[in-house]
Design a protein around this ligand. Sequence first.
Ligand SMILES: NC(=O)c1ccc[n+]([C@@H]2O[C@H](COP(=O)([O-])OP(=O)(O)OC[C@H]3O[C@@H](n4cnc5c(N)ncnc54)[C@H](O)[C@@H]3O)[C@@H](O)[C@H]2O)c1
Ligand SMILES: O=c1ccn([C@@H]2O[C@H](COP(=O)(O)OP(=O)(O)O[C@H]3O[C@H](CO)[C@@H](O)[C@H](O)[C@H]3O)[C@@H](O)[C@H]2O)c(=O)[nH]1
Length: 437
Amino acid sequence: MNIAIVGSGYVGLVTGACFAEIGVNVTCVDVDRNKIEKLKQGEIPIYEPGLKELVQKNQKAGRLDFTTSLESVLDKVQVIFSAVGTPPDEDGSADLKYVLQVARTIGRYMTDYKLVVTKSTVPVGTAQKVRHAIQEELDERGVDIAFDVASNPEFLKEGNAISDFMSPDRVVVGVESEKAKELMTKLYKPFLINNFRVIFMDIPSAEMTKYAANSMLATRISFMNDIANLCERVGADVNMVRNGIGADTRIGRKFLYAGCGYGGSCFPKDVKALIKTAEQNGYEMTVLKAVEAVNERQKSILFHKLDTAWQHELAGKTVTLWGLAFKPETDDMREAPSLVLIRKLLEAGCTVRVYDPEAMDECRRRLGDVVIYARDMYEAALDADALLLVTEWKEFRLPAWGVLKKTMSGRLIIDGRNVYDADEVREAEFEYHCIGK
Ligand SMILES: NC(=O)c1ccc[n+]([C@@H]2O[C@H](COP(=O)([O-])OP(=O)(O)OC[C@H]3O[C@@H](n4cnc5c(N)ncnc54)[C@H](O)[C@@H]3O)[C@@H](O)[C@H]2O)c1
Ligand SMILES: O=c1ccn([C@@H]2O[C@H](COP(=O)(O)OP(=O)(O)O[C@H]3O[C@H](CO)[C@@H](O)[C@H](O)[C@H]3O)[C@@H](O)[C@H]2O)c(=O)[nH]1
């Protein structure tokens, strides 16, 4: 089977490489010439464990190819996945211009049946806009060619993307025709041989499922951050509370970790977009508005803890950040809590020293030289008055406290991800603060 994936970003690349891995012939398309040139040479523009190997292997096997021209591959493929970006518009709603551009190109150049699948996260009603855009182009050409649209939202997590795609909890597919259902079944069956977990539904429900899933996960996080902040005030420990409630199978253990706020390319944008969709339909998402407000506040929590510990005297102090990416195992800094923290520290007159195993280049690209970039975690902590753990990369989990004691100027550790053993850090004669206890 031959397919095209339009948009060779995070989702497009993972989708393309994973379909190629099960024997599908995949052409990945992107308008970014530079990106496509690099991909053709086997260079991967993002850090995602296992992705480079998977892309290179399938490229070599001749099952994965890259191009900037969607037009040139249209005659070869029956199914087109659209995985282009849907960034927030000024008002928070999802900007569909790339999705509709892709639809128009398909309508302009297709010569036989196509199944056009939207993989990007898009508001309810987008598939109908895609259908309409394609049909308008066909009408303009005066041709009558059959096609189907479908919705297949993606649930992969950055840092675990290959495994999430290869063995998903479920695949959600919104279809309108038997033919589309058959094609999607054929494509996903090889991933789910022993347990076919494709949930077919109507298209609006599939589109909504994606936003509902991300909003539910974001809600759990903001709820736990709220509980953590209250725990601190009443003398409870959020880790113990998490264990206690997570043991209830109705609640479950995952996505209950308090921290310094959720970031990334999805939760912030998708929560905003769903609030907007509701607004456009005369409804108010009261819970989600609170989820957003709690998260905004939580992104400043490390700064406030520092400010309190130093009694508002931050100017002239040196602060080290371990971790810049919005979560471990990625170099992605979109909406990362580290960005809010850095801005506040600089405004307060601090010198900021940073280290992240993968996101240093990305930070330099975004912020330039306003912070000091270290070559490793210990160099970052040199002469620091305080050390803040922002992203829980594995290499930060068991620091040599003795070394830090010798090289840091101060004795303050603020753990934004609750990974350290408080007794151990205090035994090493540091002042230790974390979230929710
Ligand atoms: N990143 C994730 O973890 C994730 C997970 C699930 C769903 N999603 C959703 O998937 C979509 C894509 O996200 P992403 O993170 O991969 O985005 P991205 O920004 O990494 O990639 C989008 C790519 O689309 C390309 N593009 C834009 N217009 C194009 C066009 N007309 N033709 C061809 N290429 C075009 C861009 O050049 C870019 O390379 C979004 O809707 C996002 O919400 C993302
Ligand atoms: O208990 C938790 C779990 C996560 N986070 C934070 O939440 C953010 C998002 O984390 P995660 O969900 O692991 O990463 P993403 O790659 O953004 O994945 C989310 O967004 C994707 C894009 O829509 C979806 O496909 C995934 O299913 C969904 O988990 C990060 O800042 C995490 O630090 C917490 O604070 N506490």
